[in-house]
Design a protein around this ligand. Structure first.
Ligand SMILES: Nc1nc2c(ncn2[C@@H]2O[C@H](COP(=O)(O)OP(=O)(O)O)[C@@H](O)[C@H]2O)c(=O)[nH]1
Ligand SMILES: [Mg+2]
Length: 239
């Protein structure tokens, strides 16, 4: 393999029941890959439960491989990913959620694909979410595909692998849940190559999703803002 090191980012907000399993499974997978170096970056985004405390104790046990960043107060999903991506030290950057809805072992299937791509984007083969969420998500995916002309099946799938160069160019401006679309739209703008691969999705084992149908409004506002910026940029002007 061309790449010999990887950073895995886990954004976490009130995941006291999930974070230990999530971080331990992630560390086990990375440790099994025979890489020169790896790290798990937990971003505790102003959790008001024991997430931060648990994350700190995991980092104390394995300080060479587990790092924790705390936001105080909560800054939102996009800011948490931004903290993780900008702190990542290795050649590849992976991220997934801290709620154990994916099997992180499937990262192994993505590694051969990044040899010929800059981004490997997962799509959920069968998605465990309520019907309203599935419908809203279907509409959102369609809208983003049309507006930004990105051919990605499952934009918000929290299982993506990047070459770190992507984040040398792409800077995150979103605050909330538009972040995945923003990164993909900007990556396309800069000409990064993207491939997709199916991943399994599981019901949340504990805790609750914080995503609400009302988030669609802030997400659409962010979509408009990023579209305007990219549109002016491609015409050589600053908005
Ligand atoms: N950093 C941060 N993470 C969040 C926030 N809300 C949710 N998350 C994390 O983002 C991930 C996905 O959140 P979740 O509510 O399960 O969304 P869903 O899986 O799309 O329904 C989980 O790891 C959460 O801990 C937030 O405000 N800030
Ligand atoms: Mg989830």
């Amino acid at each position: 393999m061309t790449f010999d090191s990887i950073s895995a980012v886990l954004p976490a907000f009130n995941e006291e029941e999930n974070i230990e399993t999530a971080a331990t499974r992630m560390a086990d997978v990375l440790g099994s890959l025979s890489l020169r170096d790896w790290e798990v970056i937990i971003v505790d985004d102003g959790s008001i439960d024991r997430t931060g405390e648990i994350a700190d104790s995991l980092a104390r046990k394995d300080p060479d491989h587990i790092r924790v960043f705390h936001h105080n107060p909560n800054l939102g999903y996009a800011e948490a990913l931004k903290t993780g991506f900008t702190s990542a030290r290795h050649a590849l950057v992976f991220y997934t959620d801290s709620d154990n809805q994916f099997d992180v072992k499937e990262l192994q299937n993505m590694l051969p694909l990044i040899e010929d791509a800059d981004i490997v984007c997962g799509f959920r083969i069968y998605r465990f979410d309520p019907l309203t969420r599935l419908v809203l998500s279907w509409g959102f995916n369609l809208l983003v595909r049309i507006v930004f002309r990105i051919k990605v099946r499952d934009i918000d799938c929290a299982f993506k692998l990047f070459r770190r160069e992507v984040f040398d160019r792409v800077t995150i401006e979103s605050k909330k849940f538009f972040v995945d679309a923003e990164v993909l739209a900007k990556a396309k703008y800069y000409g990064f190559r993207l491939v997709e691969t199916g991943v399994r999705h599981y019901p949340r084992p504990a805790g609750h999703s914080t995503v609400r149908p009302s988030h669609i409004f802030s997400t659409l506002a962010e979509l408009a803002r990023i579209w305007i910026r990219l549109h002016f940029k491609s015409r050589g002007k600053r908005p």
